[in-house]
Design a protein around this ligand. Structure first.
Ligand code: SF4
Length: 481
């Protein structure tokens, strides 16, 4: 198990109401997710074989996961043949120890980082800080979050919760600039960050990256990004260390053809990423002198053994599911208390991390199914959410935290009988029509009693209509004859 200090965030049910009170956050999130959603819809609609591509992505990942041991060994052999060194890490603590040792061997006091979600997962920056090594995030949004001493709130746009006025204030202080030297114009903000980062790149002796893909047959690691910082991070320092979850593997170079179409369209809503960098081991006179690949398990093997949860490992971290999720759009990423927020976080965290509050994350969903519709590798997130809820209830029952049978169970059993029979369903409609009368005000159902209050306290519920669809249909049929 990890020996890193564990940060325990607020549980979702307490963090979400706080986030909802932040009007600026909701405006930022609403604007950003609406824009990305529309752009994504356009670039996927112009791809005639989009659904076939999704199925191909799903099939490649399924095949790889079924044969993960074989392909990981193949990857190790390929990376070694190309002059790299492969390290195996069972958990966050082991991965951090490996990276700390490697950095210590170089004597570097500062490292530059790119694509750092996996390193965020294991808390690498904090681990390096114990050795007085400063880790500089080089993705612009990651840098913003780091300077603000906050956590990322979106997989792809970690600073989605910040607007440009807030970023200006942050840069003025961090880069010690006078107010007249920097406006909130995005080009000026980017230029200020670029000046700061260029110096860091030129001085860095160690680069640390994540990976979007690793190709088993060639030992090639791939990173896609939009700012060019990945290219610099992986080519300028003498030592390059890549920390990668074992599920990022694809068997062959040719498989990238599928994912390099699926990923940019689903994430940044682009036809291709501005920068796609690949490297295989080391080469004389070109790029880093040494390359280390840290393969991280950290709960992935356990997830792989789970018949239902396994497909979570197909995820390519595109973030499309976040942008369509009505819950994420309102509360943002911090409420999930993890680097993996939104629908994918709601199924990934309970499996990989299984933290003290993660069991409630599967409830952070309306089960509307939008996440499944957009997922480029067709992960059936709603089904996994429901299964996790079921397991959560069983687990709490086994510990007697929940009674073996509850009022809710009884209500659902009655509902099942009602919905199974047209006559019972219509009788229930008639009863509801009569029973709702005292609670209907101005065309809205309010103030329901007892356990039903949860349904009417925070929603404007429509009352049961005077005429049901079935009654209307029957009447219409009679008229027509
Ligand atoms: S679950 Fe699917 S949509 Fe969500 S981040 Fe992963 S690949 Fe993208």
């Amino acid at each position: 198990m990890s020996d890193e200090p564990v940060r325990i965030p607020l549980p979702f049910h307490r963090a979400a109401p706080q986030a909802l009170l932040d009007g600026q956050l909701r405006r930022n999130l609403g604007t950003a997710t609406t824009t990305i959603r529309a752009k994504r819809a356009a670039v996927t609609a112009e791809t005639p074989d989009w659904q076939e591509l999704r199925q191909a992505g799903k099939a490649i990942k399924e095949h790889t996961l079924r044969n993960l041991g074989h392909y990981l060994e193949r990857l190790e052999a390929s990376v070694t043949r190309a002059g790299g060194v492969v390290h195996w890490a069972r958990d966050a603590g082991e991965a951090n120890r490996i990276v700390r040792d490697l950095v210590a061997q170089t004597g570097a006091r500062e490292v530059v980082k790119v694509k750092s979600m996996t390193t965020d997962e294991i808390g690498l920056n904090e681990a390096l800080a114990e050795d007085d090594v400063v880790a500089i995030e080089t993705d612009l949004a990651e840098l913003i979050v780091q300077l603000a001493e906050e956590e990322p709130s979106h997989i792809l746009v970690p600073a989605i919760h910040k607007n440009r006025a807030e970023i200006r204030e942050l840069f003025l202080e961090a880069f010690a600039l006078d107010r007249g030297e920097l406006s909130d114009d995005p080009a000026q903000l980017a230029a200020a960050a670029r000046r700061f980062l260029r110096e860091r790149f030129l001085e860095a002796r160690v680069g640390i990256s994540g990976a979007n893909f690793a190709v088993a047959e060639t030992g090639t690691i791939g990173v896609v990004e939009s700012e060019g910082n990945g290219r610099m991070c992986t080519t300028l320092p003498e030592t390059l260390i890549t920390v990668m979850g074992v599920e990022k593997l694809v068997p062959t170079w040719r498989d990238l053809e599928v994912f390099l179409q699926l990923l940019p369209r689903s994430s940044t809503a682009e036809r291709m990423n501005p920068y796609t960098s690949f490297w295989s081991g080391v080469r004389d006179g070109d790029g880093p002198r040494s390359f280390h690949l840290v393969l991280l398990d950290a709960g992935r093997s356990l997830t792989l053994r789970d018949d239902v949860g396994r497909e979570t490992l197909r995820c390519i971290r595109c973030s499309a599911c976040l942008n369509v999720c009505p819950v994420y759009e309102r509360v943002g990423g911090h409420a999930y208390g993890s680097v993996y927020p939104g629908p994918i976080g709601a199924i990934l965290n309970p499996q990989l991390r299984n933290g003290p509050h993660d069991a409630e994350l599967p409830y952070a969903s309306t089960l509307c199914g939008a996440c499944y519709e957009v997922c480029p590798v067709a992960i059936d997130i709603p089904t996994i959410l429901v299964e996790m809820r079921r397991r959560g209830v069983e687990e709490r029952r086994s510990r007697s935290v929940l009674p073996a049978s509850s009022l809710e169970d009884a209500a659902l059993r009655v509902a099942a009988r009602v919905f199974a029979s047209p006559s019972r369903y219509e009788a229930a409609q008639r009863l509801a029509r009569l029973g709702q009368a005292p609670f209907v005000k101005n065309g809205v159902l309010r103030g329901l009693p007892g356990p039903l209050a949860g349904w009417s306290d925070a929603r404007d519920l429509r009352p049961v209509p005077r005429t049901s669809f079935r009654a209307w249909w029957r009447a219409r049929g009679k008229e027509g004859t």
